[in-house]
Ligand binder design. Structure first.
Ligand SMILES: [Zn+2]
Ligand SMILES: [Zn+2]
Length: 135
């Protein structure tokens, strides 16, 4: 996709797109606007599209903005978008993350079973259950 539809405006700032980025739900926003929108919410959760409430896990900058990368302001926005994509984009990382968490949780579960005087907090049990179920 080259860029947002002609005559369309960013639905956050209601102005012409600056460093337009397309979200995985196909809506376009200024790179800066959608980053600011995300910073209003929790950092470690992907933001939801202000238009369709779809969870945004990928932002794809338009080709025109990629060509403007020499402009430091544009480069900064693009860097933030890449960071966002690394945090929330792609399922593979999510699965790997869960695998990394699992040994820690299982070790903890084992330790708790060996020392039955301390009962395992329900939250940890639930987390192990969820981690095992989702693999
Ligand atoms: Zn905007
Ligand atoms: Zn959307």
């Amino acid at each position: 996709m080259e860029g947002p539809p002609a005559n369309d405006v960013c639905s956050i700032c209601m102005a012409r797109f600056e460093v337009p980025c397309q979200a995985n739900c196909s809506h376009w926003f200024c790179g800066k606007c959608i980053m600011q929108y995300w910073q209003h919410g929790p950092t470690f959760l992907p933001c939801k599209c202000p238009l369709c409430r779809c969870q945004i896990t990928l932002l794809v900058p338009g080709e025109a903005s990629l060509r403007e990368r020499r402009n430091p302001a544009v480069a900064e926005v693009l860097e933030n978008i890449e960071k966002y994509n690394r945090l929330f984009g792609g399922q593979t990382r999510g699965v790997r993350q869960r695998f990394q968490d699992l040994p820690f949780l299982l070790r903890r579960l084992l330790r708790e079973m060996i020392t039955p005087s301390r009962s395992l907090p329900f939250v940890i049990q639930a987390r192990v259950y969820i981690a095992v179920k989702s693999i």
